[in-house]
Write a protein that binds this ligand. Structure first.
Ligand SMILES: [Zn+2]
Length: 425
């Protein structure tokens, strides 16, 4: 028996059969499919069961066949707004020791592992502290610890005292200061740049409406990031601030608590991305569990109705919406995870289920510049997928029945033991 570096059996090609599959791009799931995964962890072929079995069987190497017992397969989820080191004001902050890098690394690694088990095979990190995210990204790539494939911004950038300054933000002031802060993230290996241009829910001395960056500061960030081929996403709430920052070249908007039809139309026209994180203004249960202070609870839940309208304006205008939870992706919430609840809310706000699924797979990959690598089940893509009991393209709530997760061709969660019964052919 050949063992690989993780002490498990050396991988062989495998065919997952007896399943329906959504490939991440289409309008629906296709029945009686099989998915051939190569030993290197990539997808070789997806299609009609017998055709795929025949093709895989015609190759000289052994092939393991896994019976998914009629399950529904979709690409592994891509969560576009994650903080693995999240510590909201209140009990979470009290319980975390920000001065101890080892404690932070362990917290983030634990959160990464739980996110992966919840079906998130790729995550975009939009604000972490102390550059631990880059170490973790390397460790996950090396197979040292389990976790989603990470695309990370490093620190979020904010003005002195601005949103996130007391958590994941790196403070800067003036155009020179922001140029330097941007370059520091690029030096560390940032895949994108995150900048906080207005107030938010978790800053005690600000309001959602507070503008926080001047035009020259934001232009400095955008110019440097774009020169280096990185996109810029902005934590932004009020419509007038959003209108101004997309004009200055920001590629995406996080939260957008107060979009108007006019600004949503302009975002659609420019192709600006939007990550609504709609759950953050309606997750009372989560806030109560973590004992956030009363001012934050009031502000967050108070923003809820207007935030919901924003999402509906974006849907109506045809804005490119992608899925991000902001809450820990696996956090238990209303009988499921924050990620699944976020997707249910997107559907409840008016997105067709196929669109919600694309927002959490192929469309998210597009923003990451990772189309064809993650977010789709197509030849050459990573063998990242989830297995459900029902069709998520009919009803997004089918994601509540998730019972297996495969990343890079490896089953990292297998509640039903499908992989323990695999047969060699
Ligand atoms: Zn956030």
């Amino acid at each position: 028996m050949v063992m690989d570096r993780r002490g498990q059996h050396a991988p062989t090609d495998q065919v997952l059969m007896n399943c329906s599959a959504f490939d991440g791009t289409g309008e629906g799931s296709v029945g009686d499919q099989a998915i051939w995964l190569r030993s290197d962890g990539t997808v070789a072929q997806v299609g009609d069961r017998q055709a795929v079995l025949d093709a895989a069987g015609a190759t000289p190497q052994p092939v393991n066949v896994v019976d998914l017992a009629g399950g529904y397969v979709a690409p592994g989820l891509v969560n576009m707004h994650v903080h693995l080191g999240l510590a909201l004001p209140g009990a979470m902050t009290a319980a975390s020791d920000r001065t101890d890098p080892a404690a932070r690394a362990l917290q983030m690694a634990g959160s990464a592992r739980r996110a992966l088990h919840a079906g998130i095979t790729t995550a975009r990190l939009v604000g972490e502290t102390g550059y631990t995210d880059f170490t973790l990204r390397r460790a996950i790539r090396a197979g040292t610890v389990p976790g989603p494939r990470l695309f990370t911004a490093g620190h979020a950038l904010c003005c002195t005292g601005g949103h996130g300054h007391d958590s994941d933000g790196l403070e800067a002031d003036g155009a020179d200061g922001f140029r330097r802060a941007t370059r520091e993230q690029l030096r560390a290996g940032a895949d994108l740049i995150k900048v906080c241009v207005s107030g938010g829910l978790a800053g005690e001395h600000e309001a959602i409406e507070t503008p926080q960056l001047t035009d020259d500061e934001l232009s400095a960030v955008v110019t440097v990031a774009h020169d280096w081929g990185r996109s810029v996403t902005a934590h932004a709430g009020p419509a007038d601030v959003i209108e101004r920052v997309i004009e200055l070249g920001v590629d995406g908007i996080e939260h957008g608590y107060q979009l108007t039809p006019e600004v949503a139309t302009e975002m659609a026209r420019r192709g600006t991305w939007y990550v609504p994180t709609i759950t953050v203004s309606r997750c009372r249960e989560f806030f109560e569990e973590h004992q956030v202070p009363a001012w934050m609870m009031e502000r967050a839940l108070g923003a809820g109705p207007r935030h919901w309208e924003s999402l509906q304006h974006a849907i109506a205008a045809g804005v490119r919406i992608v899925m991000g939870s902001d809450m820990p992706p696996d956090a238990p919430f209303e009988g499921t995870t924050a990620t699944v609840r976020e997707m249910e809310y997107m559907a409840e706000a008016g997105m067709p289920p196929s669109d919600v699924l694309r927002a959490a797979t192929s469309r998210a990959a597009e923003w990451l510049g990772a189309s064809g690598q993650v977010g789709t089940l197509e030849p050459g893509a990573a063998g990242d997928l989830i297995v459900l009991d029902a069709d998520p393209v009919v009803d997004v709530s089918a994601l509540r029945t998730l019972h297996a997760v495969v990343q890079g061709g490896r089953a990292v969660r297998d509640d039903r033991g499908h992989w323990t019964r695999e047969e060699s052919r």
